[in-house]
Each structure stands twice: as C-alpha cells, then as structure tokens.
Ligand binder design. Structure first.
Ligand code: HAM
Length: 423
C-alpha cells in the first residue's frame, strides 16, 4: 500500500519551488531595505505560550492547535503563528535591552493549524512575517503595512485591497466590550455554544464566529469606532494620514476584528480583489499588540507586525495571471562522444561549475542526438561537444544554442575562454 501525504499539506516540487524561492528572496531583500533582521524560533513551543499569547478563547487555541505531550510529559504545540514565539524570544533573550530600538524582526517558516483544508487553507503553511517591537509611533504602523504592500507589488500583484480598523486602547475596548455584552446577551441562546462561552470571556470573538456569521445581531453589533477615546482616535488618524502620504489606498472596516486576541489600536488585512480567487481572499493580516510583551513576562513594550502565507501569495499571482519567467536555463551542457571524452568530462564539468557556470552532462549513456535533446530540455544556452578525436587534439566545439553558431576552442583554456565570452 502506498503512503499518501497528510491532509492539508503540500509537496513543493522542482518547477514550483523556484517561485517560492523568488518570493522568499524578495521578502529578504525588502527586509534588508526596511532594516528588519531575521529571527528563527523553534517549530514547537510550550502550549502555554499560545494559550496566553494568542488567547484561549480564539479558534486557533480552542480548535486548531497540534498539541502533543512529549516523552517527558510536557505539553508542546506546533506553532500556529509566529508572533507569540518572536515575543517569547524577545523577552527571554532580553532584546528589549538592545541598543537598537525598536527591535525589527522577520521570520519565514512553516506554521500549523488543524483547519478544514480547502483552497488557500492548509494545515501546514509557510508564513513570512515581521514584528517591530518597542515603538509607539503610528509611522511604524504605516511602515509595517507598506512593507507588505510593496512585497506584493514588487512581485507584480495589482488587485489588492487594504482594509484597516482600530481596536482602540484598553479603555476604549472595555467600553466597547460592555456594549457588545449588552447587545448579544438577550439573544445569546440563539448562538453556538462557543459564542455563549465567549459572551462573558471575550465578546469581541463573537464577531469573528464562522458559524453564526449570518445572525442578524452580527450586522447591528456596536462598532468599535464609536467607542474609541480621544487618544485612540488620534492614533488611528495618524496611521491613516501616513498611509495616504505613502500613496497606499485603504478602506476602513469597523467589522475587522482579526482572529487573535492580542490586538489593539491598528488592525489590518490585505485582500486579493482578483476575479476567481476563491472564497478565502485574505492574503495577509496583522496589527498592533501593545500588552503582549507583558503578557509573556517582559517589560511594557509596544509591538506591531503582520504575517502572510506564501501559499496564498502564489494563489493570488496565479489568479491575476502574473507571468514570472522562472527557468532561465543552464549555461552549458557537455555533450560527449566516445569513452575517453566521457571520462574527461567528469573533471571538465567540475571546472565549469567551480568557475561559477551552471553546467550539466549526460548520465544515462545517451546517444549524441538524445544528449542534445536533454540540453534543450534544460534550456542550455551553450552546448560544448567533446569527442575522443577532439580530446586528442586538445580541442572542443562550442555551439551557441540561440544563434546556432559553432566555434572550435582550445580544450585546456576552455573554461577561461567560456567565462570571457559571457562578459
Ligand atoms: P493570521 O491572520 O492568523 O495572523 O495569519 C496571517 C496570514 O497567514 C493570513 O492572512 C494568511 O495569509 C495566512 N494563513 C493563516 N492560516 C492559513 C492557512 N490555514 N493556510 C494558508 N495560509 C494561512 C497571524 O498569524 C498573526 N501572527 C499575524 C501578525 C503578526 N500579527 C502581528 N504580527
């Protein structure tokens, strides 16, 4: 019996992986320009980190975590997201004491959520995310959003929609929370059991419920924007001002609450507007999380960040029909004729590669015609032809596959001549 891949996971094969690598490379380059540095944290963490960090009334913690007991009896969880781990490392490694403030970090790697797999939703997916810790300046909120938008744009996406909201500061949220409880309480029995539990613990989560989405009380629920105090309002206005200054169009949506508990002030999502993208249109999400560092045991430190998944990024590129020419072809394919030439090519191939030339040869004992076919499949720019006769005479033929031109070169200086011809 064959063993199949687990549900909700993917193999990324040659031919597809190049696009992944390109996105990853672009993300790294952009982080360099924006001065975010990479952090690598473990794939699993103590379960408590996520129940405290992400919030134990969230769907992620209640239903979606891959939690297991290790042989030492500890409860561990495969990370469902990267913010809690980044903040844990920030606290544990005392990055708050670093001379460079704010601390600007990025990460890229697999995350795990036990969700119902569907197009754009996986159980293992790769997130690229950034976190800026230590600044309360609304300009950094705009910077975080602009990095995400610019990454998408650099890859050629155009049909993007940025939606922002403010969840306010603590005072604003307490007032809003009270209003939500008053709103839902009289009819809470009409909601699912999760929502009933959430009413007292965290009524904001009700707005995020997938099951009761269509309930009439959802659309009439009190809006957070009506409960923002002056400070929160001023903060949100500044963020909007900076986004406008950066030429980033946005929509304000008071219903955007995000599915994780740590947010306050700015919350945002970037959606794809491309036709036929599918039901799940959110490409990236993020926001401010002042208070999370203290929750994880560190000193009072503000923070903001976002994460996107490469899976949805690629889906958006496909939906928009962005054409990215990936396979540029190899520099040189060695075609050999005869036993001695074949032996010699082992060393010649190595010389080419060490000189920085991408090169390949035949390993299947193919006839010359089939070797040329193999060179075509690899989109070789040049084919070097070496027979036993040429070898004896210290010669090699080089064919330019684009023009069809062929020249005879000295074999002992072939690699340096080839390099010169490339300049
Ligand atoms: P999130 O909204 O849960 O936020 O996830 C961020 C992004 O990860 C989503 O917009 C989506 O692109 C991708 N994603 C989430 N779940 C899946 C899935 N099952 N399959 C494919 N892609 C998925 C966070 O994770 C926060 N940590 C973001 C953040 C960083 N907030 C502040 N800093």
């Amino acid at each position: 019996m064959t063993i199949s891949i687990p549900r909700g996971t993917q193999d990324i094969l040659p031919g597809e992986v190049e696009l992944w690598q390109l996105i990853e490379q672009k993300a790294r380059e952009l982080c360099e320009k924006y001065q975010y540095q990479e952090i690598r944290t473990p794939i699993f963490e103590h379960t408590e980190l996520f129940s405290r960090g992400v919030g134990d009334t969230t769907d992620i913690v209640q239903k979606e975590m891959y939690t297991f007991e290790d042989r030492g009896g500890r409860s561990l969880t495969l990370r469902p997201e990267g913010t809690a781990s980044t903040v844990r490392a920030f606290v544990e490694k005392k990055l708050f004491g670093s001379a460079n403030q704010p601390v600007k970090l990025y990460y890229m790697g697999p995350m795990f959520r036990y969700e119902r797999p569907q197009s754009g939703r996986f159980r293992q997916f790769v997130q690229f995310g950034i976190e800026a810790l230590g600044s309360n300046d609304p300009a950094i909120d705009a910077e975080v959003i602009s990095l995400a938008m610019n990454l998408y744009k650099e890859m050629g996406l155009k049909k993007l929609k940025l939606v922002i909201n403010s969840l306010g500061d603590k005072e604003s949220r307490i007032a809003h929370r009270e209003a939500l409880v008053q709103h839902f309480k009289p009819r809470i029995h009409e909601f699912c059991s999760d929502c009933q539990n959430r009413l007292e613990k965290n009524p904001l989560r009700i707005l995020d419920c997938k099951q009761d989405r269509e309930h009439e009380l959802m659309s009439t629920a009190p809006s957070i924007l009506d409960y923002l105090n002056d400070d929160s309002k001023a903060y949100f206005e500044k963020v909007q001002k900076y986004l406008t200054q950066l030429d980033i169009p946005f929509e304000v949506d008071a219903n955007l609450v995000r599915g994780l508990d740590y947010y306050n002030h700015t919350a945002f999502e970037i959606m794809s507007d491309a036709e036929g993208f599918g039901a799940i249109t959110t490409l990236a999400g993020g926001g401010r999380y002042n208070g999370l560092v203290e929750e994880i045991g560190g000193p009072e430190t503000p923070g903001i960040g976002f994460a996107l998944s490469i899976e949805r990024f690629i889906a958006a590129l496909k939906a928009e029909g962005v054409n990215i020419e990936m396979n540029q072809g190899i520099d040189c394919y060695l075609v050999t004729l005869g036993e001695e030439a074949k032996d010699y090519s082992v060393g010649l191939l190595q010389q080419l590669r060490l000189a920085g030339i991408s090169a390949e040869r035949d390993y299947l004992n193919r006839k010359i015609k089939a070797q040329f076919k193999a060179a075509d499949r690899l989109k070789a720019k040049f084919v070097a032809i070496l027979g036993d006769e040429e070898l004896k005479n210290n010669k090699i033929n080089l064919k330019n596959m684009e023009t069809g031109d062929q020249v005879e070169l000295d074999l002992d200086s072939f690699v340096s001549t080839f390099l010169e011809m490339q300049q």
